[in-house]
Ligand binder design. Structure first.
Ligand code: ARG
Ligand code: ZN
Length: 859
């Protein structure tokens, strides 16, 4: 019984105002809802409200209690067949937050009440039309014991006071109509970090970050990021904040990263709390990006929301694009782009190549929670980036201004969004819209033909997209391909030009090309496609050394490394090529013009999951072995240089979280990660020394993984010391679990299984669960794909155990099994067996069922 886009119908009633009264008790919370309802649809329509796991205590219309024959309650709905055209519906329900381990709706985390409503959690709080196109003005009264001192909801605070001896209350009013998925409530003991922001029109906004008692100083970086994000959105998109208060609360138990509830964002503490001792540079980077992301949702998501959940990319794709642009401005465009593309390929390209491939705007679903995917987020952002590339900066901004202006206060669609850009630019974007409806990653090829006599270059571009489930035939898409030319000596022959490839095959002829060119195509990764060119290895070395487009410089190095690893995994190693690659890498590392952060990216070899995606069928053990061999050859070949760089990049003095300082740390860590492949005494001592001398978590983790990978005593000592030092810090202990999830040694699976019965392993906490289980299954292919199938059985056991209490998080663990068809048959067969075992499990959630069934069905 899937939900279909084609079946969309507006809700026949408007909920003009919503008053909620919460009488909070951990095991029995009473929620009274007073909804001012007006009929807007057909007079024959009954009122059907969503509601699940609610105990209905009373129900009345305009103060008159309803008789038992006047309404029907089933497991998912409250139906009232006959209602007036205008009325107030009052319901009173009881819920039990303390037993809610699904972490959607109202639940307890760390002794505090908190909520997560997107997408469909509000229906477990009260009876309501739980759909994004029903906007209402909320007032909320929260009453609780005084041992929950902070009482928070959306909007601006109002009346407060005592209730009897032990309880107190506070009222909140949110002046902006909103869908119920943006509702939030928090109650508990919290420390506050406070600041303010003056908006571009001169309004003062109080900023508050609320965290576990004693942790306020760890919110400083998030607060700083927030202020930068607020300013950036004014400067870049002309968007100003609209309430008197902007609050963020951090909670330890959270299914996702964070949530953009109006005026009251709720964050997974892993994406909010940071200090140099406990957080890595990657944590800082993610905190900055996610704080910005959730803040940016205030316009792209909250002021303008989605008509239905099929339009999810309307808010998510655009908001990811906005946060990526912010990060690029804060930290450097090239490095940011490389990281974003790495993540896109690892997650979204994999998804698009497998049984769960779906369009950025899907047309049907079973559980919307399963559609918070890399495709909707990351590919959704790529579409906006292409739109900007095609239209140019000025027309893009004109289009976004029009969108904000025209649709403010509405729940709208992707069509309406694209129409604003078409109108503002005067361009026909009909074909562009296909990007939203067609799944799969296009393959683009470029062939070059240079006519030396005519000094002309002919480029032949083609595109095709392989069938995906439910979409056997694909259309050509409009693909912006950024192309420049270099000479064989690495000089610029021709600057970047955008070629719009919108046919299956197209040719372009460029005159005045004075010498045989080296093609630099898809610069900056101008479109989310797989590119094949007729470039030879020698061309790639030219780009690797000299491409002014840093993305393509990095890409050339990655492609060279990838081909070498794949050749070795296939049993045809190219030793001369490996030497040549190591030499070129060495030269790139001593280029004074390049930043350390960029060099760190050059040093990172293609990951094993990425390599698996490039081979057919994938043999994880062979890929692991081949990649490790190349790493060892680099470690031996460039040993002196890597040791020297490791020394030079050491920063003295106070810790700085700046991108520049983080880049130096990243390069140092990249050096020892390679050196660990050649663990001779001096290298081992260097890594141990790095670990012991580290005064920040980036350096410490940077050495911990290499030590774990070396195995033996080095591993045992480092892990024991680390655990002893950090046993009381949950966020750091997560890292201790994660590093063991990635352990490449032969006994890793046994150890990971043993860790699940370790007292610190709490499967009800998604961070802890993912740190061990998801890290192992996603980032340790050599051990996960154990030939015995024990890795698959382990994952299936975990999925079933978690599904019993938290289906959303269980469903997110299915992915590593989903690609079973891409693996060697001996492995793929065993992966499939585990999917079948999960599917047959009695009482399986719809969340897990949908994914498992799709993974098995495709043929
Ligand atoms: N809207 C949130 C964000 O992207 C994520 C909510 C995730 N919810 C879900 N049901 N998967 O910032
Ligand atoms: Zn988002």
């Amino acid at each position: 019984q899937p939900v279909r886009l084609a079946d969309y119908r507006p809700f026949p009633f408007a909920i003009e105002t919503t008053r909620l009264v919460f009488d909070l008790h951990p095991t029995a919370t009473k929620v009274t809802a007073e909804l001012a309802i007006r009929r807007v649809g057909d007079a024959t329509e009954p009122l059907v409200l969503d509601g699940e796991r609610l105990k209905l205590l009373s129900i009345a219309i305009d103060g008159q209690a309803l008789g038992a024959n006047q309404f029907v309650v089933d497991a998912e709905h409250l139906t009232i067949a006959e209602v007036p055209d205008r009325f107030v519906l009052t319901t009173e329900v009881e819920i039990d937050p303390s037993s809610n381990k699904a972490l959607t709706g109202l639940y307890m985390s760390g002794g505090r009440f908190c909520t997560q409503c997107e997408a469909e959690g509000f229906r477990t709080i009260t009876y309501f039309p739980d759909r994004p196109d029903v906007l209402s003005r909320y007032t909320v009264r929260i009453e609780a014991d005084r041992k929950f001192p902070h009482l928070l909801s959306n909007g601006n605070p109002g009346a407060f006071g005592q209730v009897g001896e032990t309880r107190h209350f506070l009222e909140w009013t949110d002046p902006f109509p909103k869908p119920c998925y943006l509702f939030a409530l928090v109650a508990g003991d919290l420390d506050v970090l406070a600041d303010k922001f003056i908006t571009m029109s001169g309004r003062e906004v109080a900023l508050r970050i609320l965290v576990d008692p004693g942790q306020a100083s760890r919110a400083a970086y998030a607060l700083d990021s927030l202020k930068r994000a607020m300013k950036w959105d004014e400067d870049t998109f002309g968007r100003e904040y609209d309430l008197d208060l902007f609050a963020i609360v951090a909670v330890r138990d959270f299914n996702f990263g964070a949530m953009e509830n109006k005026g009251l964002n709720i964050f997974n503490s892993a994406l909010l709390l940071a200090d140099p001792e406990t957080a890595t540079d990657l944590d800082y980077e993610r905190i900055e990006a996610v704080v910005a992301h959730e803040y940016f949702h205030n316009w792209t998501g909250n002021r303008i929301t989605c008509r239905d959940w099929f339009q999810l990319c309307l808010k998510e794709g655009f908001t990811v694009f906005r946060d990526q642009s912010f990060s690029a401005d804060q930290r450097g465009a090239a490095v940011q782009r490389i990281k974003d593309v790495r993540a896109l390929r690892a997650r979204q390209f994999a998804e698009d190549a497998g049984p769960l491939a779906h369009p950025v705007r899907p047309s049907s679903y079973l559980k919307i929670d399963n559609f918070y995917t890399a495709t909707i987020y990351e590919k959704g952002a790529e579409i906006i980036r292409m739109l900007k590339t095609i239209l140019g900066d000025a027309a893009f901004r004109k289009g976004s201004d029009l969108y904000f202006d025209r649709h403010d206060g509405q729940a709208t669609t992707v069509e309406a969004f694209i129409a604003c850009f078409a109108e503002a630019s005067g361009r026909d974007l009909t074909a562009f819209f296909d990007w939203y409806e067609q799944a799969g990653t296009p393959s683009v090829t470029i062939d070059t033909d240079y006519d030396a006599a005519a000094k002309a270059l002919t480029l032949t571009l083609t595109q095709s997209t392989a069938p995906t489930p439910g979409q056997p035939n694909k259309k050509p898409l409009p693909i912006p391909v950024a192309i420049g030319l270099l000479s064989a000596e690495g000089e610029v022959l021709r600057d970047t030009e955008i070629v719009l490839l919108d046919q299956a095959r197209q040719t372009v002829r460029w005159e005045g090309v004075t010498s045989a060119p080296v093609l630099s195509a898809l610069r900056g990764f101008s479109a989310p496609v797989n590119l094949t060119t007729d470039a030879r290895a020698s061309d790639r070395y030219v780009l690797f050394a000299a491409d002014p487009d840093l993305f393509n410089r990095w890409e050339a190095g990655q492609t060279l490394a990838r081909d070498l690893i794949l050749a070795r995994a296939a049993g045809t190693p190219d030793e001369v090529g490996e030497e040549r690659y190591a030499d070129a890498l060495g030269r790139a590392l001593v280029d004074d013009a390049a930043e350390p952060a960029f060099k760190a990216l050059l040093l990172a070899l293609p990951s094993e999951p990425d390599l698996a995606l490039m081979s057919d069928p994938a043999d994880p053990a062979a890929l692991h072995e081949a990649r490790d061999t190349l790493r060892t050859r680099i470690a031996v070949h460039l040993g002196d240089l890597l040791r020297r760089l490791h020394g030079e990049m050491q920063s003295e003095g106070e810790f700085s979280a700046s991108a520049e300082a983080a880049g130096r740390r990243a390069l140092r860590n990249a050096c020892i990660e390679i050196l660990a492949a050649d663990p001779r005494d001096d290298n081992l001592m260097r890594i141990v020394g790095h670990f012991e001398a580290s005064r920040n978590m980036t350096d410490m983790i940077g050495a911990l993984y290499p030590l774990v990978s070396i195995g033996g005593v080095a591993r045992e000592k480092a892990l024991a010391n680390f655990h002893f030092a950090w046993r009381a810090e949950p966020l750091v202990l997560d890292k201790w679990f994660a590093v063991q999830g990635r352990d490449p040694n032969e006994d890793a699976l046994e150890r990971v299984i043993a860790l699940t019965s370790y007292p610190d392993f709490e499967p009800t906490n998604p961070n802890r669960l993912r740190a061990l289980v998801a890290t192992f299954a996603n980032f340790n292919p050599a051990r996960f794909h154990d030939p015995s199938g024990a890795g698959y059985r382990f994952l299936a056991d975990q999925i079933l155990a978690v599904d019993a209490f938290n289906p959303t998080t269980a469903a997110r663990l299915v992915d590593p099994l989903g690609g079973w068809r891409r693996y060697k048959p001996e492995l793929g067969q065993q992966m499939r067996e585990q999917l079948e075992r999960i599917k047959a499990h009695p009482g399986l959630s719809r969340n897990v069922l949908e994914l498992v069934a799709k993974a098995l069905d495709q043929d």
